[in-house]
Design a protein around this ligand. Structure first.
Ligand code: F6R
Length: 241
């Protein structure tokens, strides 16, 4: 695995955007796996800038997001559908039908999970998967556990994730308790994985993922077995390595 250190979250975002741009230039019809949350915002801002300057064309690309809350209207300010529109989709030339976010409001969530995994396979699999990391070491919403779950599935969010994501909602009670998430197998099937972590609240998760045993208690630790994974860290997130 490769680990690269930067002085600021903005630089991490620039580096991630450069790697995503390189992917799109090499393969304009690339399939990108995308994340939400605070970590990728500088990356998306940089991608938007490159697109506005005419350097980056998304018109042939396809995207699949990692996850979405269950039972949260897509128009809710905290839905990942809305986040992606506001932070990226509305500002670049991705075809709306080529962007995919799991439907957390599907009546049959298990069927939605199978449909989502099949849609990724039909698209040819993910070329480049962008990831953040939870304070508890989660990737997507694959929470600490005694096992790695292969496929897309419905997850019960842990207390730590509910507390971490509470900052986006009015009250903690408003944070959904369940989400749909790509499984670790689907993430590991991506041809290339790019994990970004910034801030000192990620330092312990980053240390466990990189330095400790590969263990589903820190789901990101499995990334070390991926043949093409890059961690982009700011100094605060790398402080315990
Ligand atoms: C988001 C996701 C999560 C986040 C993680 C870090 O789609 O899959 O795993 O990447 O919770 O979130 P932030 O970046 O907000 O600290």
């Amino acid at each position: 695995m490769q680990v690269h250190l930067y002085d600021s979250a903005e630089q991490v975002g620039q580096a991630a955007a450069i790697l995503i741009a390189a992917q799109l230039i090499q393969k304009p019809a690339a399939v990108l796996g995308l994340a939400t949350g605070s970590s990728p915002i500088p990356t998306y801002q940089e991608l938007i800038r490159m697109h506005r300057e005419g350097v980056l064309d998304f018109s042939s690309a396809t995207t699949f997001n990692l996850d979405e809350y269950c039972k949260l209207p897509v128009e809710h300010p905290c839905s990942y559908h809305r986040f992606m529109r506001e932070q990226l989709f509305d500002h670049v030339n991705l075809a709306p039908e080529s962007t995919h976010v799991p439907n957390g409001n599907a009546e049959d969530l298990a069927a939605e999970c199978s449909r989502y995994d099949r849609a990724i396979s039909r698209a040819g699999g993910i070329d480049l998967q962008l990831l953040g990391i939870g304070r508890n070491g989660h990737i997507g919403f694959n929470e600490p556990s005694d096992q790695f779950v292969y496929g897309c599935h419905v997850v019960r969010l842990t207390k730590s994730t509910i507390e971490a994501n509470r900052r986006f909602f009015d009250t903690e009670a408003d944070v959904p308790r369940e989400a749909i998430s790509l499984g670790v197998g689907s993430i590991m099937n991506a041809k290339r994985v790019l994990l970004i972590a910034t801030g000192d609240d990620k330092a312990e998760a980053v240390r466990k993922a990189i330095r400790e045993d590969i263990d589903p208690a820190t789901q990101a630790s499995i990334l070390r077995t991926h043949p093409n994974v890059v961690f982009l860290l700011d100094r605060a997130a790398a402080a315990r390595l």
